[in-house]
Design a protein around this ligand. Structure first.
Ligand code: AZC
Length: 811
């Protein structure tokens, strides 16, 4: 049901001018883009505020069940255009700006990305917020209000340099509202002992605990043209007034503020241990406390809280939730253990985002019991009861031992999330299969009914209507507007994929997007790239398993091909990289350095010319992705099979007409199933072949290096001085690939990758064939809408019903 705000351009101009005058007290013509952005954001706030109030009232009046998505990361990027699009007033506002003689693009670019996430996991959480509002489900987010988001990346002399992302500093977050009345206290440290509470009961008594105040800031999440506003709640830390004497110096206060100061810039390893654990507990405890309070306002029995509340644990970071929920129910509200446990397991569910074991958090029992003494007691009790119950059921002892929570001096957070909940899901079919047969196989054997798959999705509106407006208009032209409201209508494009005029239109669209990106490349790097070349893109976090290095090896091979035969027939390519490396991930940073030096070598060689260019775009982030992705001809999704849980950028590239160069990993497999073998380029080992190597230990990288002359020459290029200024980085790479036996099997996949790339070049030269492939990708991308993914979560895991959207209009 479509519901847009009724707003004329004139009305908008009046509202905007009034807000601007009240706020900025200068002339429109003198205003900076930032001042205009602030005034525009405040105008929009006035539009959605009544809808937000009405939404909250109607949810509580109807006693609607609510799902709370707990995540340590949310990565929405910019919100302005999304909010306008979802209110249905994007065109009106653009028109208003034109009439006022103002540059909308400059104003939109003045918004700083909200980068409270590292990569896929955080972006998915933000996508789910949009899709929950769009589908109309009552799903709220719960996270942290970091002052500094993911670091800003600069490239200096080819090296990554990290700068703080002070997104917050200058303007604050224009979208948020502080909710002082919902503040709660969170306790850390100290001693806990049990004292007599009368009636034969015990209660915990805390001494010397540190008490901190958690204050929520709510960020509205607007549904697409339906008047629905959900809530993303981000917690900030403060010192409660009654404890101020404990923090006499600024340094003392800073230590507290650190809890919400920075997002950990690492998506795969636990670090900064104590502070990270405090962050996780802080947002989890604060969130759960307020959830219980607002449930109780309905006057319903606490034992039945699962009928109105679901809590989703996004990866292991909020996995303390089942234990904290038990603590609240038992200690704060006096519930009995069994009733509390019954409620807890029905409330909690968990998503796993990776099989890399370093990302499955474990805490030493020493640290954990020091920071969270009472929660630790509860976890030990949960663990003991789990053992006893499994033992009573006659479960296999080794399995039970492998799945227990406290083991070998460590608290296993994934185990707590699984035992304390009713659902575990992976994020693509192959990933869920791997969880069942490998990573979590003992859990699967014991409780198979908990396991299910939910393949990731993307907010198609951002990647088409916002990031690719011309593409969107061209889709309108060929199949009408329906797809903008119902993405499945995109399938009508299948009828025109071989129509020469349509092909021509979509070719032109891609050329325009490439031109836009080429201008940006020239402006930011000084490198001129031709839009006649294939734009071949790999943008994602820098990680060995994602194999950016395999891409680099192929580029080196092409470099030698041209040098050997400068007059040869060659399909020009521009290789575009964007990638942040975790600051402590030395090897990843070496790869960045090598890419940049290789780029210098190639881009400045007159003999190479326009045949080959390599660009590394610094500070990859959501807003840059919006520029890059629609301009890609080739989408590099080349992780070692089994290692990429799903991937989501692969879906964005597909939807905007890139052809995927893919291993059979993550969601690539499901992309293949949608577009058909002929419209994707597959190469490399399968997951079973990878696992075969693991089982037989038969992999020998040095043998491949010694016996394949092409590979030999490519690998030597890292160390023989061809690429200047990266001696030590080059030899690290050599060692990883040869001396240490190539953990991610790049050498084995190399020839198949090279052959697949040659296929791409040939296909691209056949424009009809290429446009067929490209358009088949767009036409069949609807499966990957996060709207459908979230419907599955809502129905199958959270058991939500669909509240009717109200009759919302602007004030
Ligand atoms: C990512 C996965 O690596 C990626 O494959 C997946 O698409 C994405 O989550 C969303 O599910 N994981 C992370 O970003 N971080 C961690 C700790 O897994």
């Amino acid at each position: 049901m479509e519901q847009t705000m009724e707003l004329t351009t004139d009305q908008f101009i009046r509202d905007f001018e009034q807000t601007f005058n009240e706020q900025q007290q200068t002339l429109l013509q003198n205003a900076t883009p930032t001042e205009l952005f602030l005034a525009l954001a405040h105008t929009i706030r006035q539009y959605y505020t009544p809808m937000w109030l009405e939404r909250n009232e109607s949810l509580s009046a109807r006693q609607e069940k609510i799902a709370y998505y707990f995540s340590i990361e949310f990565l929405p990027g910019r919100m302005l255009e999304t909010n306008l699009l979802n209110l249905g007033i994007l065109d009106t506002v653009k028109e208003g700006f034109t009439q006022l003689g103002l540059d909308f693009t400059a104003v939109k670019n003045a918004e700083h990305d909200m980068a409270l996430g590292n990569g896929g996991l955080g972006r998915l959480a933000a996508a789910f917020m949009d899709s929950l509002a769009t589908t109309g489900y009552a799903g709220f987010g719960n996270g942290l209000r970091y002052k500094y988001g993911l670091f800003k990346q600069r490239i200096v002399d080819g090296y990554q340099v990290e700068l703080p992302d002070a997104w917050f500093g200058s303007l604050g977050n224009v979208w948020e509202t502080r909710k002082d009345h919902d503040a709660v206290n969170v306790r850390f440290f100290g001693n806990v002992y049990m004292a007599d509470a009368g009636e034969g009961k015990l209660k915990p008594v805390y001494s010397n605990a540190q008490v901190l105040r958690a204050v929520p800031y709510d960020v509205p999440q607007l549904g697409y043209k339906n008047g629905v506003v959900n809530n993303l709640r981000l917690w900030d830390v403060e010192i409660p007034e009654e404890y101020e004497l404990n923090y006499p110096t600024i340094a003392d206060r800073r230590r507290v503020e650190d809890i919400t100061a920075v997002l950990y810039p690492d998506d795969s390893t636990e670090e900064g241990k104590k502070l990270r654990l405090m962050q996780e507990y802080f947002m989890t405890s604060a969130g759960l406390q307020t959830i219980v309070k607002s449930y109780l306002k309905m006057g319903l029995p606490l034992e039945k809280i699962y009928e109105k509340v679901s809590v989703h644990i996004n990866d292991t970071h909020p996995a303390v939730a089942p234990a904290e929920f038990m603590r609240i129910l038992i200690d704060d509200y006096g519930m009995e253990w069994d009733a509390a446990w019954n409620a807890t397991t029905k409330v909690m569910s968990y998503t796993n985002h990776t099989i890399l074991s370093e990302a499955l958090e474990k805490w030493s029992t020493g640290l954990f019991s020091f920071v969270l003494p009472r929660v630790f007691q509860i976890i030990v009790e949960i663990d003991n009861r789990y053992m006893a119950q499994m033992g009573a059921q006659g479960a296999d002892y080794a399995r039970v031992e492998n799945t227990r929570i406290v083991r070998n001096g460590q608290v296993h957070m994934a185990h707590l999330a699984i035992i304390g909940g009713h659902s575990v899901n992976g994020v693509a079919q192959i990933h869920t299969e791997l969880l069942k047969e490998d990573t979590l196989r003992d859990f699967y054997a014991l409780t198979p009914e908990k396991f299910n798959n939910k393949t990731n999705g993307i907010v198609q509106r951002r990647w088409t209507q916002i990031a690719a407006p011309v593409l969107s208009q061209t889709i309108d032209k060929w199949i009408g507007f329906e797809w903008r409201n119902d993405i499945h209508a995109l399938r009508a494009l299948n009828d025109v994929v071989d129509n020469p005029r349509a092909q021509n239109d979509f070719w032109e669209v891609k050329q325009l997007a490439k031109k836009r990106l080429a201008d940006y490349i020239e402006e930011t790097t000084g490198v001129h790239v031709s839009t006649d070349a294939i734009f071949d893109v790999q943008v994602k976090r820098l990680h060995a398993y994602k194999r950016q290095l395999l891409n680099v090896m192929h580029i080196i091979k092409l470099y030698w091909d041209i040098k050997d035969n400068p007059e040869g027939d060659f399909t020009p390519r521009v290789f575009i990289f964007g990638a942040k490396a975790a600051p402590g991930y030395h090897f990843a940073k070496s790869i960045i350095k090598v890419i940049n030096e290789l780029a210098n070598l190639i881009n400045n060689d007159p003999e190479i010319g326009d045949k080959l260019k390599v660009v590394f775009l610094e500070n990859y982030r959501v807003s840059l992705a919006e520029l890059i992705i629609p301009a890609a001809n080739v989408s590099e999704q080349i992780s070692l099979a089994s290692k990429e849980a799903s991937g989501t950028s692969n879906m964005k590239f597909m939807m905007t007409g890139a052809v995927t160069m893919a291993t059979l990993d993550g969601a690539n497999i499901e992309i293949r199933d949608e577009v058909g073998e002929e419209n994707i380029v597959i190469f490399g080992m399968t997951k079973d072949e990878v696992y075969h190597h693991y089982e037989t230990h038969d992999y020998n990288a040095r043998y491949l290096y010694d016996t394949d002359p092409v590979l030999h020459r490519v690998i030597n290029t890292f160390v023989d001085g061809t690429i200047p200024r990266c001696q030590s980085e080059g030899s690290e790479i050599f060692d990883a690939l040869v001396t240490y036996n190539d953990e991610y099997f790049l050498l084995e996949d190399f020839q198949s990758y090279v052959a697949a790339q040659a296929r791409v070049s040939a296909l691209y030269r056949d424009r009809e064939r290429w446009m067929h492939m490209s358009m088949m990708n767009i036409a069949n991308s609807d499966k990957f809408t996060s709207d459908d993914t979230i419907r599955q979560y809502a129905e199958e895991i959270w058991h939500l019903s669909l509240p009717h959207a109200g009759r919302h209009r602007a004030a």
